[in-house]
Write a protein that binds this ligand. Structure first.
Ligand SMILES: C[S@@+](CC[C@H](N)C(=O)[O-])C[C@H]1O[C@@H](n2cnc3c(N)ncnc32)[C@H](O)[C@@H]1O
Length: 208
């Protein structure tokens, strides 16, 4: 059972990833560690929201295994008080749930197997219900890590409307460029991705 929370083989589903995940997850791990160390004394209740959670572990082409974003947030030195995990792939959510079962804070984790752009409304409503119950706002950190362009503007806008919400959005720059170069009609239908292109591709940041 212990293996479920360690970056080793445990017989459950893992996500196949490229070598770049090491850097992404290292940044996220350090951010979470700093966030929780700094905020836990200032905020009694802190929620971690991960709307593209995956199964909790990933394996790179060369066989290295990493804890994915949900397990990094759960195993950080000072855990959050509540967790919300969503993934459209029910096999991933099932594997994640299995890995979390032995945790003492298991009953404070919400698992949603559905499109995040739909699940977000329920996540926000549950956060707000808890806030009303405790008569004070919670502090929230949302990590949004889509594979492609699945994240919709309305989801980002809904999260940003929550009183105390920090957002970390990891997006695939090469995927965006590919769409821009090769999709013939309406390559970036959603407002979120248009904004990103405007800022990152046409803006100050140089990609090449
Ligand atoms: C890049 S992976 C996430 C990896 C994870 N953050 C980690 O650190 O291991 C993206 C995940 O988003 C899920 N996904 C794709 N489209 C989705 C959608 N519309 N709603 C929710 N999840 C989605 C995929 O099934 C996949 O598990």
């Amino acid at each position: 059972m212990k293996n479920y929370l360690e970056p080793v083989e445990d017989g459950l589903l893992m996500r196949s990833s490229g070598p770049w995940v090491a850097k992404k997850l290292d940044y996220l791990k350090r951010y979470i560690e700093i966030f929780e160390t700094a905020m836990r004394k200032k905020w009694q209740r802190r929620n971690f929201v991960d709307l593209f959670s995956g199964p909790g572990k990933c394996r790179t082409d060369n066989g290295r295994i990493f804890l994915g974003s949900p397990l990094l947030a759960l195993t950080t030195t000072h855990p959050f008080t509540n967790y919300f995990f969503a993934d459209i792939d029910s096999a991933s959510i099932n594997a994640l749930q299995e890995r979390c079962k032995a945790l003492p804070l298991y009953d404070r984790i919400r698992f949603l197997a559905e499109d995040s752009n739909e699940a977000v409304a329920r996540v926000i409503s549950e956060i707000q219900t808890l806030d009303r119950l405790h008569k004070s706002p919670s502090l929230n950190l949302a990590f949004l890590d889509p594979e492609g362009l699945e994240l919709e503007w309305k989801t980002v806008a809904a999260l940003a409307s929550v009183q105390k919400m920090d957002l970390i959005i990891h997006y695939p720059v090469m995927g965006l460029l590919y769409r821009l170069l090769f999709a013939s009609k309406n390559p970036l239908g959603d407002k979120f991705w248009k904004e990103v292109i405007q800022r990152d591709v046409h803006g100050q940041r140089r990609l090449f």
